[in-house]
Write a protein that binds this ligand. Structure first.
Ligand code: HEC
Ligand code: HEC
Ligand code: HEC
Ligand code: HEC
Ligand code: HEC
Length: 270
């Protein structure tokens, strides 16, 4: 064989081995990138919906609350998409001739649901529920972004495992008073904008357990609503000027599990 393959072809063989190696690595990197790419995660895409429904117009413009349409979000795993009846409540009177709304009228006339295309869709092997997140002080905007500013719905975050874990390892960074769940613009307390919270002594791990206000309860001329009803007024309030302090306090009040427990595989894969 020595006559056929001389020294230079030996070098060539080695070269091609190195090259193959490089190609394999490059492919691996590309696949990994692909797996995280918006093309796979669907992050940021706006699918063609049967009706170009605008959250911006309905939430920011008309001022409709999330829970008017997503009625299940505090009580069930699924937030739910509103039935045609919800649209008809208003659109029997408003914009009755708009072409855009033809599918709504059709659906109402025939009883066939509007075929909305899902924007967020976790794989079936992942367990997720809305009620626990919302009742433990995670706002819609922490996961879905500024929905009130979206002319068309899109997925703000990757919804990949790393993204979930990132919060489960340090939930305090995102915890807010449950009264602020639907507040799309909530930014957390600061020294210019403190938040006061107090335990209502009611026990339980959710909304009833703690009451927060952005009006100084010790000075305010106008007392927070809870003072008037007297239903669940805390005996004393604590002042918070940073998200870290507030997050630590709420972690204890809401009885949030440890990062270890929240990151264990069984939490999300049952
Ligand atoms: C007037 C009714 C209405 C209101 C109010 C409303 N939504 Fe929606 N929402 C819909 C409809 C209809 C869809 C399905 C069409 C779409 O995806 O745009 C939807 C879809 C969504 C989706 C995506 C669902 C999917 O397919 O993954 C999210 C997230 C969402 N809404 C969050 C919110 C939040 C947060 C608020 C409050 C800031 C809100 N919505 C207020 C009607 C409403
Ligand atoms: C509480 C009343 C109310 C409900 C409920 C409601 N709408 Fe509307 N909708 C409005 C008003 C008011 C406008 C006009 C907004 C504007 O011009 O800024 C509008 C406008 C629209 C438009 C025209 C384009 C736009 O976004 O401005 C579409 C399409 C539409 N709505 C679809 C829907 C669908 C689908 C539903 C049910 C999921 C729904 N609406 C539920 C009040 C409502
Ligand atoms: C902890 C993150 C998180 C929070 C907080 C959250 N969502 Fe979601 N939302 C998701 C995920 C993840 C999905 C996809 C669920 C699936 O595919 O099973 C989703 C799906 C939805 C859907 C589609 C229908 C459904 O239930 O699958 C709607 C509507 C929705 N969210 C509305 C809301 C509203 C309104 C709020 C605030 C009250 C909210 N979400 C808070 C993560 C969140
Ligand atoms: C912004 C923060 C945040 C994000 C993002 C988040 N979670 Fe959570 N999750 C929480 C908090 C806070 C709790 C409540 C912990 C407690 O009560 O101990 C929780 C609890 C849970 C639970 C426990 C439910 C139960 O009934 O025991 C599951 C399951 C879960 N999350 C799944 C997910 C999945 C899947 C994702 C990603 C698609 C996700 N979470 C994203 C903050 C988050
Ligand atoms: C906070 C929720 C959460 C926890 C805790 C969690 N996972 Fe996941 N896991 C997810 C989500 C969400 C996906 C889907 C990701 C996607 O669609 O890209 C996933 C996907 C996976 C996959 C499929 C491959 C992939 O990466 O897409 C495997 C395997 C997996 N998880 C294993 C584990 C193991 C092992 C643990 C414990 C060490 C664990 N997971 C803990 C949420 C979680």
């Amino acid at each position: 064989m020595a006559q056929v393959f001389d020294r230079s072809s030996n070098a060539l063989a080695r070269m091609s081995l190195v090259l193959t190696g490089l190609i394999v690595i490059a492919l691996g990197v590309a696949l990994n990138q692909l797996q995280r790419s918006p093309w796979v995660t669907k992050q940021g895409q706006r699918p063609d919906q049967p009706i170009p429904f605008s959250h911006k117009h309905h939430v920011e413009g008309v001022g409709i609350q999330c829970q008017y349409c997503h009625v299940q979000v505090e009580k069930a795993a699924y937030a739910g998409i509103p039935p045609t009846k919800t649209c008809i409540n208003c659109h029997a009177q408003i914009w009755t001739n708009a072409d855009y709304l033809e599918p709504v009228r059709q659906s109402w006339a025939t009883g066939a649901s509007i075929q909305w295309i899902r924007v967020h869709d976790l794989p079936d092997f992942v367990y997720f529920n809305h009620d626990i997140h919302v009742n433990k002080g995670i706002g819609c905007a922490s996961c879905h972004g500024r929905v009130d500013e979206m002319p068309l719905m899109y997925q703000e975050n990757t919804l990949q495992m790393e993204w979930c874990l990132n919060c489960h390892r340090n939930p305090a960074a995102n915890l807010r008073p449950t009264s602020e769940i639907y507040n799309m613009a909530w930014t957390g307390p600061s020294s210019d904008k403190p938040v006061w919270c107090g335990s209502t002594g009611k026990g339980g791990a959710t909304a009833n357990a703690v009451n927060c206000t952005e009006v100084d309860p010790n000075k305010a001329e106008v007392k927070p609503a809870s003072f008037e009803t007297g239903a669940s007024s805390p005996a004393s309030y604590q002042k918070f000027t940073s998200q870290i302090e507030l997050g630590k306090y709420l972690t204890a009040q809401y009885h949030i599990r440890t990062p270890n427990e929240l990151s264990s595989c069984e939490t999300c894969h049952r």
